[in-house]
Write a protein that binds this ligand. Structure first.
Ligand SMILES: *[C@@H]1O[C@H](CO)[C@@H](O)[C@H](O)[C@H]1NC(C)=O
Length: 216
């Protein structure tokens, strides 16, 4: 039998770890009140709970395939705090992703969420890259019904490698996961990162950097 104090400490420690990112709410819910200009601290201010109704916890339309006719051949349909105000403070969200044949979700990271993805339709090549010094690519080809996890913060990608259209559903561990698409962040920031920085960083000729900058 473990000492009860030790058990308590272990429990308390695991609580600290578990709440390091998105803390457990101290009320049943805190439906986001998007009409106020109040200061936001880790979420949005709460609507008076007496004024809430089922629609604050509801979204419709995730059965509809997104329009994939973009340059990357994919469409992300998020269901996060912006779509469901009742997700405020709860630390979860969903996203449907549709892919044209060969379509990609380009390498990106979610600064505030781990992601668990399942393939609804088609075949996807997915992967993520670990931190330096390994910078190891961990990747797999997924079939319908397969599930894959992208750990928080790590750059990851998906590509439709099947013959027809593909679709996936992701759950994320944040009401507001955030997304940083690597190429857009590096070559498409506003204002742009100085050409010399990018030229040295990527070991590219400045003309190539300029061309990449115009594309993002
Ligand atoms: C999809 O988007 C493209 C470009 O934005 C548009 O031309 C096309 O009509 C859209 N298709 C559908 C089915 O909405």
């Amino acid at each position: 039998m473990a000492h009860p104090i030790l058990v308590l400490c272990l429990l308390a420690f695991s609580c600290i770890l578990a709440t390091a990112f998105e803390s457990s709410p101290l009320q049943d819910f805190c439906v986001a009140d998007t009409s106020t200009n109040a200061v936001h601290v880790n979420g949005l201010p709460c609507l008076d709970s007496k004024l809430t109704n089922a629609n604050n916890f509801y979204f419709s339309g995730l059965h509809i395939a997104g329009n994939t006719s973009s340059s990357v051949g994919s469409k992300v349909s998020p269901v996060a705090i912006a779509q469901i105000p009742g997700l405020n403070t709860l630390g979860i969200s969903l996203a449907r992703i549709d892919y044209a044949p060969r379509g990609v979700v380009p390498p990106h990271t979610h600064p505030r969420a781990s992601e668990i993805l399942t393939v609804l339709k088609g075949k996807l090549y997915v992967g993520f890259v670990t931190s330096i010094p390994e910078s190891r690519l961990i990747s797999k080809v997924l079939q319908k019904g397969d599930v894959f996890v992208f750990p928080i913060g790590l750059p990851h990608f998906q590509q439709n490698v099947g013959n027809g259209n593909a679709a996936s559903l992701s759950a994320l561990t944040s009401q507001n996961p955030g997304v940083i698409i690597i190429a857009n962040a590096v070559f498409g920031s506003h204002p742009p990162i100085a050409e010399d920085v990018l030229s040295k960083s990527f070991q590219l000729d400045k003309s190539v950097v300029s061309r990449l900058q115009t594309q993002f």
